[in-house]
Design a binder for this molecule. Structure first.
Ligand code: KG4
Ligand code: ZN
Length: 350
């Protein structure tokens, strides 16, 4: 069985084809991605209407590219999967509309996939796939969650952010430091030249006794530190000397990473598990990987990550999640082509 996956929930159009061979881990045959980042950069963030229009432009050429590079045709596709939510409503409707149109035209069933389930299962596309059960740290631009994962579709929420997501904290702090959109990769690059201990920034909820996160105060804390340096009222943080900006970036990254690492270890303890899966865009962060690797090694915990290029949004994770749901019998694909997207959709409601 071959599953075509379409991702269009935010600012990346992704298409991929995976093949299910018996009970084994599904195999990725081909993938293609178009990132809209450059288009949104001029606005400092994602403009939903522009995102939707661009998905329309990209999705069919990407589909043709995937079929050509896998040496297949549309006739070889058995199921068409798409991201049903959460995400931007208009952007989701593009992927859902195209998937349903393809399904109807080919007389093949369709399957709507949860975007976060795609992230969660993306490490199964790596050379070292995890085994169930595990604790998952989902860290994207919109979500920060710790889940206990006992199998496909068996997700228990252990804790989540009560305000901003970790990716949002990276993006908002980066904006303050005059770095472009999305800020995560830029901030972590600048942090390489800074001292992570230069500024005392809060580690919100680190001793809260539960597994929830809070990142909304971090941006204000960065501002407060900048003012303490004697920044004049009418000056921007970006007017600070380059080394100070690098120190602020390093200190911000250190605060976010420390909280993510400590809460992940606490979640493993609470769940009594020795396996951690990290997924979502922030999972590409080098400092986070370094610290998780060393802390987990000390505790004999195995850590699994998606391939670096599959940390951020892509079609492969959507095709993979659909394939694994079908394979596990969690769901059957549908021949009702009702593209009802779910812009808000809690993962533990699956
Ligand atoms: O998973 P993703 O592509 O999109 C969502 O589903 O939200 O994650 C995007 C987020 C952005 O906030 C981006 O700044 C962050 O992931 N990100 C990073 C890095 N690469 C991407 N944050 C920190 N360090 C990185 N290297
Ligand atoms: Zn995502």
């Amino acid at each position: 069985m071959r599953v075509l996956g379409i991702e269009s929930s935010c600012d990346e159009t992704g298409v991929a084809l995976v093949e299910v061979q018996g009970a084994g881990v599904p195999v990725l045959l081909a993938e293609a991605l178009y990132s809209q980042i450059e288009m949104h950069q001029a606005y400092g963030g994602v403009v939903p209407e522009l995102a939707s229009r661009d998905h329309i432009r990209r999705v069919l050429p990407l589909t043709e590219q995937v079929l050509a590079s896998s040496g297949r045709t549309l006739a070889d596709v058995d199921v068409v999967a798409f991201t049903r939510g959460p995400g931007l409503a208009g952007a989701l409707l593009v992927g859902a509309g195209v998937a349903c149109a393809l399904g109807a035209a080919l007389n093949k069933p369709v399957l709507g996939v949860h975007h976060l389930e795609g992230h969660l299962l993306s490490p199964f596309l790596s050379a070292d796939p995890p085994e169930f059960p595990f604790v998952a740290l989902l860290v994207s631009g919109g979500h920060t969650q710790l889940m206990r994962v006992d199998g496909v579709g068996r997700y228990t929420l252990l804790g989540e952010t009560i305000d901003d997501a970790a990716g949002e904290a990276f993006d908002k702090s980066a904006k303050l430091l005059g770095l472009g959109y999305p800020g995560g990769p830029a901030l972590s690059r600048l942090a390489e030249q800074g001292d992570p201990a230069a500024f005392k920034l809060p580690r919100p909820l680190v001793h809260s006794g539960n597994l929830d996160f809070s990142f909304a105060g971090l941006k204000t804390a960065v501002m407060v530190q900048a003012k303490k340096l004697g920044l004049a009222q009418d000056c921007a943080v970006t007017d600070l000397p380059a080394q100070v900006l690098a120190d602020l970036a390093a200190s911000t990254q250190a605060a976010i990473v420390e909280v993510l690492v400590k809460k992940s270890l606490a979640a493993l303890n609470q769940a009594g598990l020795k396996r951690l899966v990290v997924a979502g865009g922030v999972g590409a962060n080098r400092k986070l990987r370094e610290q998780l690797n060393s802390e987990c090694a000390r505790r004999q915990v195995r850590v699994h990550y998606p391939e670096l290029h599959l940390c951020t949004d892509n079609g492969a994770m959507i095709a993979m999640a659909a394939a694994m749901r079908l394979q596990s019998g969690q769901q059957t694909a549908s021949e009702v082509y009702a593209f009802d997207v779910k812009p808000r959709w809690p993962l533990d409601s699956l």
